[in-house]
Design a binder for this molecule. Structure first.
Ligand code: 5RP
Length: 224
């Protein structure tokens, strides 16, 4: 079985009756939605809050009841993917361009479970260029500020067109080299004029479920 699917199916075991579930985005999450949809068809009663238009569409097609934040601001469990995961469970996300909504959903969940195949596990963040969502207005100025902080911003394109996020913004993919202090870098970037959000998810994941060659590995946040 595909490792992404294996990790996704493992995570769905944590979903219990009555939960409000944050639904992440990406191909690993798509496997999770299929597994969750199956459990819903079997009688599981939950409601989901999707973190992207793509996830919303697939979840609806699979029969997963959906609500938005006008109904509740409390999420019991969020399940999401990642582009990189370091040994402290800090993440880079946003490869699919949904980082802002993912962060809103993941941040208000009582528990965040990240699902991935082993290719996402790294000894230090930074090989994957950091996605940063920025306003379209004056993005060249914002890009210059990011350069001043040591980044190398590249405007994301898809199929030859500038990529537009679900929020109507641009994404700058920014190589910083190895990121030694993810929280500090996020803190500097997020205060720049024009930056909406960064793809650094520092100290947010409670559990990371990794599938490696058909075997599950579970990493848990260290208790303070
Ligand atoms: C989208 C994300 C995804 O979770 C991340 O890119 C992982 O994607 P995939 O599961 O397709 O490898 O952050 O914004």
């Amino acid at each position: 079985m595909d490792d992404k699917r294996l990790a996704a199916e493992e995570a769905v075991k944590y979903v219990k009756n009555g939960m409000t579930v944050g639904l992440g985005s990406g191909s690993t999450v798509d496997f999770m939605l299929h597994a969750l949809g199956k459990r819903v068809q079997e009688g599981l009663q939950i409601q989901g809050i999707p973190s992207s238009k793509k996830t919303e569409k697939l979840a609806a097609e699979l029969g997963i009841p959906l609500v938005d934040f006008s109904v509740t601001t409390h999420i019991d469990l969020a399940i999401d993917g990642a582009d990189e995961i370091d040994p402290s469970l800090n993440l880079i996300k946003g490869g699919g361009g949904s980082l802002v909504r993912e962060k809103v959903v993941d941040a208000c969940a009582d528990e965040l479970i990240i699902i991935a195949d082993s290719s996402k596990v790294v000894s230090a963040l930074g090989r994957f260029p950091l996605p940063i969502e920025v306003l379209t207005f004056g993005f060249e100025v914002t890009a210059q500020y990011i350069k001043n902080l040591g980044g190398d911003p590249v405007l994301r394109r898809k199929d030859g067109e500038i990529f537009i996020s679900d929020n109507g913004n641009y994404i700058l993919d920014c190589s910083f080299g190895q990121i030694d202090d993810a929280a500090a870098l996020h803190g500097k970037l997020v205060t720049l004029v024009g930056v909406v959000e960064t793809g650094i998810f520092a100290d947010m994941a409670d559990k990371v479920i990794v599938a490696r060659s058909g075997e599950i590995e579970l990493f848990q946040k260290k208790q303070e």
